[in-house]
Ligand binder design. Structure first.
Ligand code: DI6
Ligand code: FE
Length: 425
């Protein structure tokens, strides 16, 4: 049992949820399964979870909600997104279909850089409006925690603007938002031919973003078309000096040794990993780093090289799954489709896929102690699904099984009215 994340508060309202089975995703038995379960929330925290037949007789609740069967799981955690940006890249999609590669488009100044131009040209309000819309689409499929990266501003001013928009998304919506500063995503035009000078600029900006409370983690794109492992190391040293955790886009298009370097910094996660070497697998296992697999980008870029799922599994590396929502390589807003693709494309099991968007995704955000499982003391983030078994979540695609989303103990009002209408008098 983890230590309680949220302490018990005698005055917090207590709601008892019953009538559904629970996939708690707590380690131990498959799915952390509890047939015909009950869950008590006390304010924002979970106060009790178990089988309905084992509910303590003295248990007091202010409110009781009877669910019409179905399954409760932890709220989905989309732990890798680039949600804040201007414009789109549908034209680039057409060019790729005609034969141009992602790398060729990037080297010709398109790709990420074209989104940087559109993002810089957009107002704060435009960026916020589009990011809110995208976040709401993710929420409609059960997302309760969302990581949002910067990375399309690439200057002190524009990166900070994107991080502020990300914070605002978390203030406006019933959603937990974690930010990652991804200034080391691509070389901005002002620094053409001077990547080391750009890295030096990031080292200068980072403490000010941190002082403004804009940064929960520091990320980078370690790749031939982006930054080298030694350049990323300078950024990670700066993050470490500020006490910030790191993560890395690594081995997506080639093996640049990024994962082995990031493991030395005890990175929260390494992400993509199609070209991860056996030594890289061992490095992640030794450092407790989460392998964040992104089937949307693999699919959309029509990659052939699969991430080494079998080796990661064997080495006991926790595997997470995310949408990687971004306009260039993964323009999806469907976390459920990613569960399906994790199974069909990467041969993960449906249970591994769901753990990848709950328990292991929480770990990838440094929230492993407080989120991602239904257990006492954790934040009361959960979803009610119209399914008989959680394996249906990865099996179906294009369905809308999310019936009700609860964030920090508070159900989405419209969902609740539909699923458990108040009795008429
Ligand atoms: N890898 C990716 O797949 C995204 N960023 C990254 O480092 C793509 C971002 C884009 O193409 O706009
Ligand atoms: Fe990404």
């Amino acid at each position: 049992m983890p230590a309680d994340f949220l302490p018990s508060r005698a005055d917090a309202p207590r709601t008892l949820w019953r009538g559904a089975s629970l996939a708690t995703m707590a380690p131990g038995k498959p799915w952390g399964w509890i047939e015909d379960g009950a869950l008590l929330t006390e304010g924002a925290r979970i106060a009790w979870v178990g089988a309905a037949t084992e509910l303590p007789a003295r248990l007091r609740a202010d409110d009781e909600i009877e669910l019409p069967g179905g399954v409760l799981t932890p709220g989905l955690i989309d732990a890798h997104t680039h949600l804040v940006y201007g414009g789109h890249r549908a034209r680039e999609f057409e060019l790729r279909l005609q034969g141009a590669t992602y790398e060729e488009i990037s080297r010709a100044g398109g790709g990420i850089r074209s989104t940087v131009a559109a993002t810089r040209a957009a107002t704060d309000e435009e960026l916020l409006r589009s990011a809110l819309k995208r976040a709401q689409a993710l929420m409609s499929e059960g997302v309760t925690t969302l990581e949002i990266k910067s990375g399309y501003g690439l200057s002190e001013h524009h990166e900070a603007r994107c991080l502020r928009v990300a914070r605002r998304v978390g203030e406006r919506l019933p959603l937990t938002v974690r930010t990652s500063a991804l200034a080391a995503h691509a070389l901005p035009p002002e620094f053409e031919g001077r990547p080391d000078a750009y890295i030096a600029a990031i080292l200068d900006w980072l403490p000010r973003w941190h002082a403004e409370g804009l940064v929960d983690a520091v990320d980078g794109f370690c790749e031939n078309i982006a930054f080298s492992a030694s350049q990323m190391q300078r950024v990670f040293d700066a993050a470490r000096a500020l006490g910030l955790p790191v993560k890395l886009h690594a081995e997506q298009l080639s093996d640049c040794g990024g994962s082995e370097m990031a493991a030395q910094y005890r990175a929260l996660s390494c992400d993509h990993l199609e070209y991860l070497s056996p030594a890289g697998v061992q490095a992640l296992a030794a450092s407790g780093t989460v392998a964040m697999l992104l089937p949307g980008a693999f699919y959309f870029l029509r990659e052939k090289q699969l991430p080494p799922v079998g080796a990661l599994r064997e080495a006991g590396v926790p595997m997470a799954i995310a949408t990687d929502h971004n306009p260039g390589s993964s323009p999806t807003l469907s976390p459920l489709l990613m569960l399906n693709m994790a199974c069909t494309l990467f041969r993960m099991t449906p249970e591994e896929a769901l753990a990848g968007m709950t328990r292991h995704a929480a770990q990838a955000l440094g929230l492993g102690h407080s989120h991602g499982q239904l257990s006492t003391g954790r934040q009361a983030d959960f979803v009610h699904w119209a399914v008989d078994h959680p394996n249906e979540l990865a099996y179906q695609f294009g369905h809308k099984p999310c019936q009700l989303r609860v964030h920090a103990g508070v159900p989405d009002a419209a969902d609740l009215a539909r699923i458990a209408p108040a009795p008429e008098f």
